[in-house]
Design a protein around this ligand. Structure first.
Ligand SMILES: C[S@@+](CC[C@H](N)C(=O)[O-])C[C@H]1O[C@@H](n2cnc3c(N)ncnc32)[C@H](O)[C@@H]1O
Length: 213
């Protein structure tokens, strides 16, 4: 029987290596995502009654706009907090459901600032790490941000596909290595959601879907 993992990997490798991901737009704004992951994210937001989204790595802002529209579609009173170190990112500019912060998403000060924007009485949160994809930076983000999560909050560690999982084998340690190390050192804190991760087969975030215990 054909190994389904191999088919997903070969589809994802085609998607990545042919640069399709560099020419994707959501409502006219560029985004760097695999469409099936975005579909998964909006299903998670509806199914879990997510009220707020925290995103590290805004870039053009297409993904922040996608999350803001998804929250609006489920009539959530909440909003998206998105962070980028580059002040020239975020081509969406003004949006009533997007708070754009500038700074280093791996710093403890930024983690405090992000969560100071969220109301104490918030519902479940969806947090997605999609900034600097080096192992060191993602590990810093996990250490700084995960302690602010509550039981039932959702975490995505994006672009764990690099360093040979299955693309860009020469990338060096990245998100995949960071999250595995974090889980090893903090057992029981993050519960993998493999069924959701693999719902549509291919993902840019292998071993990157978690629920906070
Ligand atoms: C992969 S892009 C984000 C893509 C976007 N989320 C999307 O799906 O369209 C990564 C972004 O992370 C930002 N970045 C890099 N290092 C960072 C850091 N230390 N803190 C915050 N943002 C950072 C970059 O400036 C870049 O805009």
């Amino acid at each position: 029987m054909k190994n389904p993992d191999a088919s997903w990997d070969s589809y994802f490798s085609w998607f990545h290596d042919s640069d399709v991901w560099k020419n994707m737009h959501y409502h006219g704004i560029r985004t760097l995502k695999l469409p099936s992951d975005m579909w998964n994210y909006q299903e998670i937001i509806f199914e879990r009654g997510i009220t707020h989204v925290v995103e590290t790595g805004t870039r053009h802002g297409g993904s922040a706009l996608f999350f803001a529209n998804t929250l609006a579609a489920r009539q959530s009173p909440g909003f998206v907090v998105t962070v980028d170190v580059d002040p020239n990112s975020n081509h969406v500019r003004q949006h009533e459901k997007i708070k754009f912060l500038i700074g280093d998403s791996g710093s403890r000060e930024m983690a405090k600032t992000i969560f100071s924007h969220l109301p104490e009485a918030r519902g479940p949160l969806f947090m997605i790490l999609d900034s600097d994809h080096s192992r060191t930076h993602v590990y810093r983000e996990l250490e700084a941000l995960v302690p602010f999560l509550r039981a039932g909050d959702y975490l995505i560690v994006e672009v764990s596909c690099v360093n040979g999982h299955p693309v860009r084998p020469a990338f060096g340690p990245g998100p995949w290595e960071a999250v595995h190390e974090f889980i090893e050192l903090n057992p029981g804190m993050l519960i993998p959601d493999k069924q959701r991760e693999r719902k549509f087969g291919a993902t840019a975030a292998p071993d990157g879907y978690y629920v906070k215990a």
